[in-house]
Design a protein around this ligand. Structure first.
Ligand SMILES: [Fe+2]
Length: 292
């Protein structure tokens, strides 16, 4: 059965039907999903009751998997495979974690507009998030389209950003949230990554406004001026009327392209269990991410 794509907003994001993601993908399926990602940037698949292993198998069809900050920080993990990223408020022992835990610090950092692993090189290409348990209220994930953001810049700003590069730093969000207890050795182990602000998405050839909360400095600019400019660009990219809001149901799988979108989680009662599993593809030449 052929895949069908139903747009979820006038700008980007589509719901996909006609495929069972618990089964192995054919090359044709991979090509169709990549082509859909290049066009829509966010794809929603409903009612896909994947096991963790099935999610790993699915993700591996698209390229090498990213493990994000686990490259640097090793913490006890509930999910056995380090390629599964535990987007939950559940501790390694299976209990809902305490309010002020490191796990919840990560959850709050995820509530800022960001592109996964933009502080690393290679950065993340696709992220794939599967809902296992949703809380009784809140906990939506919101998405913004950086291609549309670029296309709708005013002429002066578009010309101004052409040669600008921004430094993306992993601990910037943590420090913003009051978590500053990192040793010099830890800080040195996570060097920032540099990306052009006016970037080009490789799969679609479209220009993107590559910003997000990990960007803390424009190279060669005074820090205060660059932070305010990055903040202005981020506000433009995340204008409310162009945001797609995903309301989770268990069994949903949502894929987004971190090179052309931003996302953030939304508030929920952190005393209530929320469990999602993420797999992420590294943006490397081996990744099969272009429409073949
Ligand atoms: Fe994220």
């Amino acid at each position: 059965m052929a895949l069908t794509f139903k747009p979820l907003s006038p700008v980007f994001a589509a719901e996909v039907s006609g495929i069972d993601l618990t089964k192995p993908l054919s090359q044709q399926d991979v090509r169709a999903i990549n082509a859909g990602m290049n066009e829509h940037a966010v794809l929603v698949f409903r009612q896909q009751p994947m096991t963790a292993q099935q999610q790993l198998n699915f993700a591996s069809s698209f390229g090498p998997l990213d493990i994000g900050l686990k490259r640097v920080f090793k913490r006890p993990e509930r999910l056995g495979d380090e390629r599964l990223i535990d987007i939950s408020n559940v501790d390694a022992d299976g209990q809902v974690t305490r309010r002020d835990s490191p796990k919840n610090l990560s959850n709050f950092a995820n509530q800022l507009w960001h592109s996964d692993s933009s502080f690393m090189n290679p950065r993340a290409a696709y992220s794939m998030l599967h809902c296992v348990i949703k809380p009784s209220w809140g906990g939506n994930t919101e998405f913004a389209d950086l291609r549309h953001a670029y296309d709708t810049l005013d002429e002066r700003t578009r010309a101004e950003i052409q040669e600008l590069k921004a430094e993306h730093y992993a601990l910037h969000t943590r420090i913003l949230l009051g978590d500053e207890a990192y040793t010099d050795e830890q800080k040195k182990s996570i060097p920032p990554a540099i990306w052009p602000i006016a970037d080009t998405h490789p799969g679609s050839g479209r220009k993107v406004l590559f910003v997000g909360v990990h960007a803390r400095q424009i190279l060669g600019w005074p820090t205060a001026e660059s932070r305010m400019y990055l903040q202005d660009l981020l506000e433009h990219a995340t204008r409310r009327e162009y945001v797609y809001v995903h309301k989770w149901e268990p069994g949903d799988l949502v894929i987004w392209d971190n090179r052309s979108t931003l996302h953030r989680g939304r508030r929920y009662d952190i005393a209530e269990r929320r469990e999602l599993r993420r797999t992420t593809i590294n943006d490397t030449p081996e990744a099969m991410l272009q429409a073949l």
